[in-house]
Write a protein of this length. Structure first.
Length: 172
């Protein structure tokens, strides 16, 4: 696939199996590309960064300030488009528009980290929890009390059978 073919790679792009199999996923960065992200749609799941072959996309979680960031370094990006196809929210768009690759990471997404209301450990970005809450409400499930619990506290709450955390049980 030539550089001209990579100019616009979106989630709606079509590619043949032969072209897909001949892509060099570990290729060295060529000309820098621009990655755009719709922050209103992004949940901060980090799957795009997890699947990035060149580490152009990275996740930064600062537990001191409870801040989650998705960072992009255009100089490292080879334009493969894995981030676009991996994103479950389809909010990532990649364009082969050259940018000056300064080597500095650009913050594409920033959100507040939510801590477990029982033990205080980090649970997830706030956007992710809001998305889960709305999906669960649409499915008729009312488990909002457990969403803001870490896996350990959620398991303890579930083992007691009422789905409530310690603080909620004390108030009841």
């Amino acid at each position: 696939m030539s550089t001209e073919d990579k100019v616009k790679f979106t989630s709606n792009s079509q590619i043949s199996r032969r072209e897909f199999l001949t892509l060099d996923w570990q290729a060295e960065p060529s000309s820098p590309v621009r990655l755009e992200l719709d922050p209103a749609q992004c949940t901060g799941c980090g799957l795009c960064a997890l699947d990035c072959a060149t580490a152009a996309l990275t996740v930064s979680a600062d537990t001191d300030s409870d801040t989650f960031r998705l960072l992009f370094e255009s100089a490292k990006c080879n334009g493969c488009g894995r981030c676009v196809t991996t994103c479950p929210e389809k909010c990532v768009r990649l364009e082969g528009v050259p940018e000056v690759g300064s080597g500095n990471a650009t913050v594409l997404f920033e959100d507040r980290l939510v801590r477990c209301r029982e033990c205080g450990s980090v649970v997830a970005p706030q956007s992710m929890l809001r998305g889960l809450q709305s999906r669960m409400a649409a499915a008729g499930q009312n488990l909002a009390a457990q969403i803001e619990l870490c896996p350990d506290c959620r398991a303890r709450a579930g083992s007691l059978g009422d789905g409530l955390g310690r603080s909620e049980r004390m108030m009841a």
